[in-house]
Design a protein around this ligand. Structure first.
Ligand SMILES: *[C@@H]1O[C@H](CO)[C@@H](O)[C@H](O)[C@H]1NC(C)=O
Ligand SMILES: *[C@@H]1O[C@H](CO)[C@@H](O)[C@H](O)[C@H]1NC(C)=O
Ligand SMILES: *[C@@H]1O[C@H](CO)[C@@H](O)[C@H](O)[C@H]1NC(C)=O
Ligand SMILES: *[C@@H]1O[C@H](CO)[C@@H](O)[C@H](O)[C@H]1NC(C)=O
Ligand SMILES: *[C@@H]1O[C@H](CO)[C@@H](O)[C@H](O)[C@H]1NC(C)=O
Ligand SMILES: *[C@@H]1O[C@H](CO)[C@@H](O)[C@H](O)[C@H]1NC(C)=O
Ligand SMILES: *[C@@H]1O[C@H](CO)[C@@H](O)[C@H](O)[C@H]1NC(C)=O
Ligand SMILES: *[C@@H]1O[C@H](CO)[C@@H](O)[C@H](O)[C@H]1NC(C)=O
Ligand SMILES: CC(=O)N[C@H]1CO[C@H](CO)[C@@H](O)[C@@H]1O
Ligand SMILES: CC(=O)N[C@H]1CO[C@H](CO)[C@@H](O)[C@@H]1O
Length: 778
């Protein structure tokens, strides 16, 4: 199988490169809806897919009669190399739901561009999750769709774990550098997938060549998959640290859970068709939760729900009772940037934790100032170096603006050598990594970057002395430079400072709602730690990544919604182990309605520029897995709710029938506004007229998962210019009625245009079931 695939790729790449006049072949996905549970008919499916393909491929080109992937377990379809014309013919076939070019998705770590250049060295873990989790032994299996795994990492030590659950049907695929014995009772499965990405990369860099070779195995050569997996399910590792920084015990959300890796990504990205195949396999293998920290490259160009591989795969996973957790993307702080926003996906935003990495700058006048950064500077307090603003060491005829931003080629090494350079960020798209390389190349002694936005996200500069300050400290430093003839400074090695306040705050990079496909579902769903997270990684492969005289670290400190997503995955595994019968939507509801909107100062959560964070930034708030164990009430969003969603969104009835695998009647009246009525754990009303007394009413149903005889009362937190009423105001639960419905009516009190936010909290005085709402006044 594997060798024939390689051959196939070879042939296809040739065809691809030599494609004749507008016969350019591209990988396409042909999605054909539910398999209707005919799971024993996989070969028949494959045969009929080939048969279908043969109807569009000219007989002279029968060599092209091959599938890249065949989807034949939970849903049907395939991917293949097609011309645009062939794709368009196929899309007209009966039973074909959608045909779309195979997208390339990206990993959701911050600065994925740097990442493509030379990523390898960051990382971290969530100490907070280490406290106070009771241990549950329920066997939960988590499927990670990512860059592979480093099986030797201590985070995947299976010591003390019982036999692999018999329901597990997965496999441990051998590969070029991955043996069957690399799997154990912790890492119970590993698969890898070929993709066409490699052949469409214009000029592979050394790093990507390495990554592409490695696709022949589930081994991680990037570090991302090892990192996310150890966050979600890692075993306890004492003494985890990054060269002495952030010392502590590293562990995942549920250390007792099992994990299977589905490697679909390389440094070059992740192919959508491979993600679909991985999801189909994960469903077949028997995972309980799927974690995906990747998304579409440009959030401005999102495909709709039946043309997006993650949305399609997650829909079918959900139908089978498998929860899918995804990162919301790193395209913040602009609105409408959140991705992976289908209602059947748990969409995660990223927040900081109460730990900062500080790198102190000492000025010649004795003043010490705090910046952020991870550095292994060997400078000391006792020796100072000349300090210069970038534009004062500009190369000849270089515009000042470029030199003050540390543009490549803008600094004169003759002038910069031996100095600590100060650079600003004027909204340039240059990453801190590029700037620090520019300073290093100019033989500078160190670099101070003034960047208000990024200062909260630690940047790892390795040995190179580095500190990132905000605009206030930055202005102070620039004034100091200007106030003296011979300004000097030094940058001290970084230290980790814990219990910082306020925390959490929403990370600037975290993608924001409302969703660009529909605003009627409030997204993201919740926030979780995604800034400066210490977790396992692959041993560094490039010498530059390892501070002078140290051994490569097995841990790394990374930031991104990529790191936030597996925190929710781990929390979901934790809930699933305590409540094995809960559906994905019950688990999601529990995590959302118990999430906190407050920070560690007891005040409303803020974003990184100190404004109150709205639900479009943080969803329901920061997840609180312990409280989520006992949510009291949950919103159970049923598969039928999701089908209604597809009706309201505008898909045709027969398409929905094909997607769901059985005939489905859409409600008689259908409009996008009705999506607000979906039994979702948050509420979004997208068009309430501002005129007085205009009103919208929506319905919700809650299920009691707490004590049998309970009475809940509603408390409403609403902005003054909205009137929100709940009916009935009391919900009673008894043995006979575990479910209760209520209506919420939103009225405008002459509210201003735009979004207004609030919440409804049902409480029996022990449980607090908080439901966030967003109301757009038009
Ligand atoms: C795995 O963990 C156990 C118990 O903590 C320890 O004894 C063992 O040495 C670990 N295995 C490896 C390979 O480090
Ligand atoms: C790529 O690797 C080759 C051989 O290891 C080396 O000679 C070359 O300089 C590298 N190219 C880049 C761009 O790093
Ligand atoms: C710091 O380390 C660099 C090599 O990384 C070395 O060249 C330099 O002399 C060291 N400086 C001090 C003050 O030790
Ligand atoms: C660039 O940044 C500096 C320092 O923050 C500021 O004084 C200057 O006005 C900025 N220039 C532009 C063009 O934004
Ligand atoms: C320093 O002061 C001069 C004169 O007041 C001014 O033109 C210049 O912009 C200042 N430079 C910095 C880096 O603040
Ligand atoms: C923080 O929130 C304010 C108010 O909503 C917004 O204007 C600002 O852009 C946000 N900043 C960041 C960095 O998220
Ligand atoms: C799927 O689509 C085909 C063609 O439109 C239709 O004949 C068939 O009944 C559909 N299947 C279901 C289950 O609705
Ligand atoms: C909610 O409102 C609808 C329509 O007005 C009504 O039929 C239904 O009985 C109400 N439900 C509750 C629980 O009040
Ligand atoms: C030569 C030619 O017809 N090229 C066309 C091939 O198809 C693409 C769209 O897929 C067109 O943009 C080209 O003009
Ligand atoms: C907190 C911390 O570990 N800082 C380190 C920064 O780098 C220096 C030099 O390598 C170490 O001595 C510090 O311990």
């Amino acid at each position: 199988m594997a060798s024939s695939l390689v051959l196939l790729f070879f042939t296809l790449s040739c065809l691809f490169l030599h494609g004749t006049a507008n016969q350019t072949l591209k990988p396409y996905v042909v999605y054909m809806g539910s398999s209707n549970d005919r799971t024993n008919a996989e070969r028949e499916f494959e045969a009929s897919q080939l048969q279908m393909l043969s109807t569009v491929i000219p007989s002279g080109e029968s060599v092209r009669l091959s599938l890249i992937h065949s989807y034949n377990h939970a849903f049907m379809g395939f991917s293949a190399m097609l011309t645009d014309k062939e794709a368009s013919v196929l899309s007209g076939h009966a039973g074909v739901v959608s045909v779309f070019p195979d997208p390339i998705l990206q990993l959701h770590t911050t600065h994925s561009w740097d990442f493509l250049e030379e990523e390898a060295r960051q990382g971290r873990t969530r100490a907070r999750h280490g406290r106070g989790y009771p241990h549950f032994t329920g066997d939960v299996i988590v499927g990670m769709i990512d860059t592979g795994i480093w099986p030797e990492s201590l985070s995947f030590n299976d010591s003390g774990m019982g036999p692999i659950p018999s329901r597990w049907k997965g496999t441990c695929m051998e590969g070029s550098d991955f043996k069957r014995s690399d799997c154990n009772r912790k890492l119970i499965g590993a698969r890898y997938y070929h993709s066409m990405i490699d052949s469409v990369q214009p000029q592979p860099t050394n790093a990507s060549v390495q990554a592409i070779r490695a696709i022949g195995s589930a081994r991680d050569t990037v570090g991302h998959g090892t990192h996310t997996t150890s966050i979600a399910v890692g075993s306890m590792v004492r003494n985890a640290n990054y060269y002495g920084l952030a010392q502590g015990t590293s562990r995942g959300g549920l250390p007792s859970s099992r994990v299977a890796m589905y490697k679909v990504c390389t440094l070059a990205g992740c192919s959508g068709s491979a993600i679909l195949k991985a999801i189909d396999d994960a469903i077949k293998d028997g995972v309980d939760i799927i974690s995906i920290s990747v998304g579409i490259v440009n959030s401005m160009f999102q495909s709709d729900f039946v043309n997006d591989p993650i949305s399609i795969g997650a829909f079918h996973a959900n139908q089978k009772g498998i929860m899918v957790v995804c990162s919301g993307g790193n395209d913040g702080p602009d609105p409408y940037t959140v991705v992976n926003s289908a209602p059947w996906v748990f969409t995660v935003a990223a927040s900081s934790i109460d730990r900062e990495f500080q790198s102190t700058i000492v000025l010649g006048n004795g003043v010490a100032m705090k910046g952020s950064g991870i550095n292994f500077s060997n400078l000391t307090r006792t020796k100072l170096y000349p300090l210069a603003f970038g534009r004062d060491v500009a190369g000849q005829s270089v515009p000042f603006l470029e030199a003050s931003n540390c543009y490549p080629g803008s600094l004169d090494a003759q002038k910069a050598a031996g100095k600590i350079i100060v650079c600003v960020d004027n909204g340039s798209t240059l990453s801190r990594r590029v700037k620090s390389l520019v300073a290093e190349n100019a033989r500078a002694k160190g670099l101070v970057i003034i960047d208000e936005v990024e200062k909260g996200v630690p940047f790892d500069s390795g040995d190179f002395p580095f500190s990132n300050v905000g605009s206030m400290v930055g202005a102070h430093i620039l004034r100091y430079i200007n106030s003296t003839k011979n300004p000097t400074a030094t940058i001290l090695p970084a230290v980790a400072v814990t219990n910082t306040k306020p925390a959490p705050t929403v990370a600037y990079f975290s993608s924001r709602g409302p969703g660009s496909l529909t605003q009627t579902i409030l997204k993201p769903d919740a926030t979780a730690p995604g800034v400066g997270i210490l977790a396992s990684t692959i041993p560094a492969t490039e010498t530059g990544d390892v501070p002078f005289g140290k051994k490569p670290s097995n841990f790394a400190i990374k930031s991104g919604t990529s790191m936030a997503c597996p925190h929710v995955t781990g929390a979901a595994a934790f809930l699933k182990s305590a409540h094995p019968t809960w559906t994905p939507s019950m688990i999601k509801s529990a995590l959302m309605t118990t999430a906190t909107p407050l920070n560690n100062m007891g005040e409303p959560l803020t974003n990184s520029s100190n404004n109150y964070a709205s639900p479009h930034e943080m969803g329901s708030g920061e997840i609180n897995p312990l409280r989520a164990l006992y949510p009291g009430l949950v919103y159970d969003t049923t598969p039928n709710d999701y089908l209604n969603f597809l009706c309201y969104y505008g898909y045709k009835e027969h398409i929905i029938g094909n997607i769901s695998g059985s005939h489905f009647n859409c409600p008689k009246t259908s409009s996008e506004n009705l999506i607000s009525n979906l039994n979702y754990p948050s509420i979004s009303i997208t068009n309430l007229a501002s005129i007085r007394r205009s009103a919208v009413t929506i319905a919700r149903t809650v299920t009691n998962v707490g004590p049998t005889d309970s009475i809940y009362v509603a408390m409403i937190d609403t902005p003054v210019d909205l009137a929100v009423t709940v009916s009935p105001v009391r919900l009673m639960f008894s043995k006979q009625s575990a479910r209760a419905s209520f209506n919420v009516t939103f009225r405008s009190n002459g509210a201003k245009k735009g979004y207004h936010f609030g919440s409804i909290t049902w409480s029996d005085s022990t449980h607090f079931v908080r439901t966030v709402f967003a109301v757009n006044i038009v």
